[in-house]
Ligand binder design. Structure first.
Ligand SMILES: [Zn+2]
Length: 53
């Protein structure tokens, strides 16, 4: 999963959780040292938080 801030590949933190209808996977970007979350609905990628610029 690419970082929404800088576009580099982020690494999974290993954390997953539910957010309403979404399954969320936590990522951390080594390039900008920030975390972001990927949201999936019914197994399909929906969006990241924060959203890409
Ligand atoms: Zn980044």
């Amino acid at each position: 999963m690419n970082c929404p801030r800088c576009g580099k590949e982020g690494a999974k933190t290993g954390k997953t959780w539910k957010f309403g209808l979404f399954d969320v996977t936590g990522y951390r970007c080594a390039a900008c040292e920030k975390s972001f979350n990927a949201y999936y609905r019914d197994g399909n990628f929906s969006h990241t938080v924060p959203k890409p610029k």
